[in-house]
Ligand binder design. Structure first.
Ligand SMILES: [Mn+2]
Length: 428
């Protein structure tokens, strides 16, 4: 654990400067007159973004993997890492499990373990993109030619059964949602029929939807390519919307920022899905070329800001209550350091978007004043909101400088001593 006293000690060296920066910002926002520092800070204090269980280990690529040392060996140790992250950021109070990479034999015990450490269970993730005895009817079937889109009804049935198992497990953990990302698709033109595949998936999703308990949600996650390289069944937001609509009322679309072709206008996709009431969640990461899993906000921070602008527009001035999660794979960084940086980037984009003078923007839009509209957006984006994010962290007991506090706490050295240098977190 990272003790609160250690964080408070570390904060002392930064408090005077933070107070000065906050005073300056409070004056500047008071002059602007449409939002106060207290409004932004309290919204940030309430905000939480889940960490996925697979992101606390190093990811690697198909060319190799370079373990950082001290990687969690069990789901309990993954929860420990997320609890350490949350202690520093105050914004990562939940973990998203991935079955069967996480498949606890004693879910009630795991739930108590997490609760004792202040961690909740976010959306559950099913996995029908790999063959695993526990997901393929004891190894009797294979997902080589798809899961919910498979031509063989027995394979589709075993894939649906896996999704129902993940829901049942999630109920015991206190989760309230299932995220379905499918590898189903076509590698070679002509290999399968686009429409037949889509209709098979839609039919299966409807059956899985029927299994959702009261209060549960289901998210469909689109991706344009990989591992199917010619076509994926849930290829884009339009396909995802059609699948969610076919599945049922409690199904909506999950937008993974890296699951788009270069230059896709993701903020516009967010607007469209929100407009029809089918925007369910987010997977944050950044992307230069494809599903790169780069640190959130490291490549396109302006896009992230515009996305939060659309979210606040969709929530009528407030961030809508969706499933927000970081979905990244860390190849060379310490995974916890990368998660600290991504959480900071998400919070910064949220804070910047709260600074948009929405009344003035609407007036500029009504008057077709493009220059003024751009000025309003960029005034918000170019404001240094880091003191607001740091103050929100401080108020939750977190660190003013979370990366510095993490290194000062010696957490990685401690888990290497505890878990070993060559441990490998479950995953691909
Ligand atoms: Mn994702």
């Amino acid at each position: 654990m990272i003790e609160p006293e250690a964080i408070a000690d570390h904060n002392r060296q930064h408090e005077a400067r933070l107070a000065r920066d906050l005073d300056h910002l409070a004056q500047a926002l008071a002059d602007d007159g449409h939002v106060t520092v207290e409004e932004v800070i309290s919204a940030l204090v309430e905000f939480s973004v889940a960490a996925p269980s697979w992101a606390v280990g190093t990811g690697g690529t198909r060319f190799g993997r370079f373990p950082v040392g001290g990687e969690p060996r069990t789901t309990e140790e993954k929860i420990d890492d997320v609890a350490a992250l949350h202690a520093l950021t105050g914004s990562n109070g939940s973990i998203s499990l991935h079955v069967p990479w996480d498949d606890p034999e004693d879910p009630e015990g795991l739930r108590r373990y997490a609760t004792d450490r202040g961690i909740r269970f976010d959306a559950m993730n099913s996995n029908t993109f790999q063959d695993n005895p526990s997901t393929t009817g004891g190894g009797r079937f294979t997902y080589k030619f798809g899961s919910l889109a498979n031509t063989d009804p027995a394979v589709r049935e075993v894939a649906m059964e896996h999704n129902r198992h993940v829901i049942d497990l999630g109920v015991k953990l206190g989760s309230e949602a299932l995220t379905v990302w499918l590898a189903d698709g076509i590698n070679h033109p002509g290999q399968a029929d686009h429409r037949d595949q889509f209709e098979r998936v839609a039919g299966c999703l409807r059956e899985i939807h029927d299994h959702l308990p009261d209060g549960w949600h289901m998210y469909t996650e689109h991706k344009p390519y990989e591992p199917a390289f010619y076509a994926t069944v849930n290829q884009d937001w339009g396909s995802s919307l059609l699948l969610a609509q076919a599945a049922g009322e409690r199904a909506s679309c999950l937008v993974d920022l890296g699951h788009h072709l270069p230059n896709a206008n993701i903020e516009q996709i967010v607007s469209r899905l929100a407009m029809v009431g089918r925007l369910g969640g987010f997977h944050f990461n950044d992307s230069k070329y494809g599903d790169d899993d780069l640190t959130t906000g490291s490549i396109k921070p302006f896009q992230l800001f515009l996305i939060f602008g659309e979210l606040i527009r969709a929530g009528d001035g407030k961030l809508p209550s969706l499933a927000y999660m970081i979905d990244q794979s860390h190849n060379i960084k310490d995974p916890l350091e990368d998660l600290i940086q991504s959480t900071g980037a998400v919070s910064i984009a949220y804070a910047q978007a709260m600074l948009i003078d929405r009344t003035a923007l609407q007036e500029a839009q009504a008057g077709n004043d493009a220059a003024r509209a751009q000025h309003i957006l960029q005034s918000a984006f170019r404001t240094d909101v880091r003191p607001l994010v740091a103050e929100a962290r401080r108020r939750t007991g977190g660190a003013i400088d979370p990366l510095g506090a993490y290194r000062a706490a010696g957490y990685r050295r401690a888990v290497i001593d505890l878990r070993g240098t060559n441990t490998v977190a479950t995953g691909l």
